[in-house]
Structures are given as structure tokens and as C-alpha cells.
Design a protein around this ligand. Structure first.
Ligand code: EPU
Length: 422
């Protein structure tokens, strides 16, 4: 198991290239299952979660391989539409095979994903959505079994809102199932995240007829079949946001390439409040932090609100603010595993229900800390770069799920992060 040893504080400078988006790529790999034949994602990021998805796709009977051209999926054959427990338990996003397999094979069996470090994460809305399209659902030995009616799925009007707003993968699942349904499906309260829009654009490139993309009302006219596609995914706005925090927390200037700043308006708004300069240019931005860190209040919300996937990283930044900030989680009220670890580094954070009161301090001090989930571990790496001394981060496998060699990218601009196998 790898650990990181991070020496701080450091100053960063230079350019960082952002990878293709993990959360766009995962459902798009599932979408490739809708079309017999060979699809290609040229810029699929090389991450543990993407490799889990490759394993899942292979277990269904399709073929996957990676070469210099990108990630190839040959979905000519799908003879085992079953998402096994051993794969699904490692990666919740496995659930996004539900919609495509139901549409293509008429039947799918998939292990119920369990809870995870960031909360319960139920799939009731996914199931409600495919049921509305006519699927019969039952549970058996921890597996969901979904079956389309004999004549196939049928389009309808579906409300997909839930107690925490829209659902990203739930919208993806229902949208993918609806592409091959008979008639028109209207999804109300659809998730508007850029990753959902990217999936819809990819499906349209495969021959689907989806309109309202990027809005909470998606209209999907069912088509008879879809074709394989070559589709590059959008840049990863969460990786970009993490590097932007890296520049801010180390009081540095960085150029960040291959990201669409228009996907990050809530984030840049908070950066400006904090005193971080963000200058947009085509397909990227320059980020600089020269003043002290102003406090700011942040509430996570569905897009276009502030993303939950950057909450932990901003908490590390605001821990060094000159004043008090309040961070409130409206998507995953329990997503605060990083709080105790940041406090081990001399942050002054107090959890109050779904909020954390951040009393800014003038320095963080290195400590041994434990990564608990993907974004929490990114926050610990950021804190380690700003803290005095050598921070060790254990369970680095969490960060490898969603960041491609983060230490190499950060070391190339001046960080001092060693990966050590123990
Ligand atoms: N929810 C329900 N019922 C459902 C589905 C969701 O109650 O059937 C609730 C969730 O528990 C949560 C809220 O609705 O409170 C939103 O969850 P959502 O379904 O949107 O999350 P997701 O689709 O499972 C994706 C990302 C997450 C990201 C969330 C929110 C992928 C692969 N994952 O998850 O990314 O936090 O949207 O934006 O796209 C990450 O990358 O670190 C990560 C966790």
C-alpha cells in the first residue's frame, strides 16, 4: 500500500494539464454498451476507477483495451449482463450500467451498491426512473434485477428529483435507458452537471435524439439503435479545481490547461471572494494568490451551485484564512471525514450538523494523516503542501481512484511529494 510523504511549505509555478473527466468518462463507457461495435474514448483518464469500469465491462462479455489512441470498447457481444458484487462494491459508479444494459439486453442484474465513506448513497431514484419506463424491478440476495417488458421500454414523463435535489448518475441511467425506448421520455428535475451534458452529447453523437441538454428538462425521443462512437470527454473540472486550490494554498501562480472555466462559475466566484485571482483564457486559466486568504461561506449544491467534490479542498484552504468561514454540505451531509485529519494538522474546524465552522489559523503543521475518500485525500495533500514539516498521508489508493499521478503533476510545478510503497 502506498503512502505520500509531503514536504512543506512549497511554492508552485508553471503549467498543469488537466486530464479527461473521470465523472464524464465513467457513464460514457457505460453508454458505449448501448451500441454493438467498437467505440473509442481518446482521452479517457488512466485512473483506478476507470480500470474498475474496464473490469466491469469485460465481465459483461465486451472487450476493452488501452493503447496510444485511447480507451477502446468493443461492445459487439454482451452475454453476461450482471454487475457482480466484487466489482460494484469497489466502485459505486458501476450502477451506471443499469440503464444501458436494460435497454440493450432487456434484463440486468446488478449488486446493490452499499454505503461508502461519504454517506448512504441510495439508488432509489435510479430505480424509480427505470420503473417509470416500464421495467419490473425486484431484489434478490443483494442484487437488483431489472427486466424490460416484452415489447421493450416505453417513453414517459418522469420526475427525478430527490431529497438532495437532482441525481447525476440517476439522470444518466434513465437518459441512457430512454434513448432506445419507444416514444418520447421527458425527464424533469434532471441533473444539469457538465458531465451529464457531456454524456447527452456523446449519446447524440451515437444517434440518440436528446434535447434540453444542460437544463433540468431533458427530452429524449427514442430511436431504434445507436452506433459506436469516438468521443473525447470534457476536462475534469474537479481536478482543475483541486489544482487551483493548490496554487491558492501555497500562495503561488499556476496556469491550468484543458479545463472549461465556464463549468466552474460557482467555484471561481468563491475563489474571488477568498482573494484568489482567476484569469480565464481559452481552454484554461491562470490562478494567482498574492494577498491573505479571506474567509468565505460555502454551501454545496447541485450544479450550477458549488460542487460537493471540491468541498474538502476548499476547507483545507479556508483553514488558513484570516477569519471564520462556514462550509455547509447540502449533497452529502456526512462528507466530513477530512475534518478530524485536518485538525491533526493544527486546523481549527468544528462540525455542527451538516456544517463545519472553520476558524482560520496562520499555519498548518505537518502530521501523519489518513485518507478516507477520494476528495478528502486531495484535501490532505493540499494541506500537506502548505504545512510546516513532513506530512505523511496513508491510504493513497483513495486518491489514485480519481487523480492520475497527482504527485507527478504537482512535483513538476514545485511540490515535494514522495510516493513510498510500504
Ligand atoms: N440520491 C438519492 N437517491 C438516489 C440517488 C441519489 O437519495 O437514487 C442522493 C444522494 O445520496 C446524494 C444526492 O442524491 O445525497 C446526489 O447524489 P447523486 O446521485 O447526484 O450522486 P452520484 O451520481 O452517485 C456523482 C459523482 C460524485 C459526486 C455526485 C454529486 C460520479 C461517478 N460520481 O455521484 O462524485 O459527488 O455526483 O455531484 O459521477 C467523486 O468524484 O468524488 C464523487 C463522489
Amino acid at each position: 500500500m502506498d503512502i505520500f510523504e509531503i514536504d512543506g511549505p512549497v511554492q508552485l509555478s508553471g503549467e498543469i494539464h488537466v486530464a479527461g473527466s473521470k465523472n464524464a468518462c465513467l457513464p460514457i463507457l457505460a453508454a458505449a454498451l448501448l451500441a454493438p461495435g467498437k467505440s473509442l474514448i481518446p482521452n479517457a483518464p488512466d485512473l483506478a476507477d476507470i480500470r474498475s469500469m474496464e473490469t466491469l465491462i469485460e465481465s459483461l462479455g465486451a472487450a476493452v483495451c488501452r493503447d496510444d489512441a485511447g480507451l477502446h470498447i468493443d461492445a459487439t457481444t454482451i452475454d453476461n449482463p450482471v454487475g457482480e458484487y466484487d466489482i460494484v462494491r469497489k466502485m459505486r459508479a458501476s450502477i451506471c450500467i443499469l440503464g444501458p444494459l436494460l435497454a440493450r439486453c432487456g434484463r440486468v442484474k446488478i449488486s446493490m451498491p452499499g454505503g461508502c465513506a461519504i454517506g448512504d448513497r441510495p439508488i432509489d431514484i435510479h430505480l424509480r426512473g427505470v420503473r417509470a419506463l416500464g421495467a419490473q424491478i425486484h431484489l434478490e440476495n443483494g442484487y437488483v434485477i431489472a427486466e424490460a417488458p416484452a415489447g421493450g421500454l416505453v417513453g414517459t414523463q418522469i420526475f427525478l428529483g430527490g431529497p438532495f435535489g437532482s441525481t447525476v448518475l440517476g439522470t444518466g441511467n434513465v437518459m441512457m435507458a430512454a434513448t432506445l425506448a419507444k416514444g418520447t421520455t421527458v425527464i424533469e428535475s434532471a441533473a444539469c452537471e457538465p458531465e451529464v451534458a457531456d454524456l447527452a452529447h456523446c449519446l447524440n453523437a451515437m444517434g440518440a435524439k436528446i434535447s434540453g441538454i444542460g437544463s433540468p428538462r431533458l427530452v429524449i425521443e427514442g430511436v431504434k439503435d445507436l452506433s459506436p462512437v469516438t468521443y473525447p470527454v470534457i476536462g475534469d473540472r474537479i481536478e482543475a479545481g483541486t489544482f487551483m486550490v493548490a496554487a491558492a494554498i501555497t500562495r503561488s501562480r499556476l496556469e491550468i490547461n484543458n479545463c472549461e472555466i465556464d463549468h466552474m462559475l460557482a467555484v471561481t466566484d468563491r475563489f474571488r471572494q477568498i482573494g484568489v485571482e482567476v484569469e480565464k483564457y481559452e481552454n484554461g486559466c491562470e490562478v494567482a494568490m498574492e494577498t491573505f486568504i479571506h474567509p468565505a461561506d460555502i454551501t454545496t449544491q447541485p450544479y450550477p451551485g458549488f460542487p460537493t467534490d471540491l468541498q474538502a479542498q476548499f476547507m483545507a484552504l479556508l483553514a488558513l484564512g484570516e477569519g471564520n468561514s462556514v462550509i455547509t454540505e447540502k449533497i452529502y451531509p456526512d462528507r466530513f471525514m477530512h475534518v478530524a485529519e485536518l485538525n491533526r494538522m493544527a486546523a481549527n474546524l468544528r462540525k455542527e450538523g451538516p456544517s463545519v465552522i472553520v476558524a482560520g489559523t496562520d499555519k498548518l503543521i505537518a502530521a501523519p494523516v489518513m485518507a478516507s475518500d477520494l476528495r478528502a485525500s486531495a484535501a490532505l495533500v493540499l494541506a500537506g503542501m502548505a504545512a510546516e514539516g513532513t506530512t505523511t498521508v496513508q491510504r493513497v489508493y483513495h486518491i489514485d481512484r480519481g487523480y492520475d499521478k497527482i504527485e507527478q503533476k504537482l512535483n513538476a510545478v514545485g511540490a515535494k511529494i514522495k510516493r513510498i510503497s510500504v
